[in-house]
Unconditional design. Structure first.
Length: 176
């Protein structure tokens, strides 16, 4: 079965998105409905990944110039100005992992960021999220900085996007 890679988040999706965020809060940050609605307003993409009619995950992506108050987003803004899209959250429910959903979603998100030259994000290194670090390195993301304090440090990562080198596909592969 192929995923409907990404579709815009709608009101009916909010409970599922909040539940997914809560289930993975140790890798993300807490978010209630008020915060989610604010993030949706600031985001250039607020999408869900749907599989078999169910919300299997979600993504939030921010372009430069928003009021988003994340220190990581602000760091990228200071470094790259207008030349990035920031992938703040990508979550795939554990029941839907290893079906290529993250890979398929990244293909779409990276294609959508081509006009900004790079996609940026962060991955936990203290405590380490080894699976995420390996996934992002395999996709060509490189560490460009670190933020945080002992017990919660993130690697700030960027991937330069080249129009000629990018070959988007929408079929789910066998990764993540």
């Amino acid at each position: 079965m192929e995923p409907d890679v990404l579709r815009p988040m709608v009101e009916a999706d909010l409970p599922a998105v909040l539940a997914l965020n809560h289930a993975h809060v140790e890798l993300l940050s807490p978010m209630d409905e008020v915060r989610l609605r604010l993030l949706i307003d600031w985001a250039c993409r607020s999408d869900v990944i749907e599989w078999g009619g169910q919300v299997a995950g979600f993504v939030l992506v921010f372009a430069p110039g928003t009021a988003y108050d994340s220190p990581n987003y602000r760091w990228f803004t200071a470094r790259y100005g207008e030349r990035f899209h920031y992938l703040d959250r990508v979550v795939v429910d554990a029941r839907y992992r290893r079906r290529g959903l993250a890979t398929a979603a990244y293909e779409v998100i990276e294609a959508g960021a081509l006009d900004r030259e790079r996609l940026v994000l962060e991955v936990n290194v203290d405590p380490p999220n080894e699976a995420s670090l390996a996934f992002h390195r395999a996709r060509g993301y490189e560490e460009v900085g670190r933020l945080g304090e002992d017990g919660h440090v993130v690697a700030l990562m960027a991937k330069a996007l080249a129009r000629s080198a990018h070959r988007p596909h929408t079929k789910a592969g066998g990764e993540t």
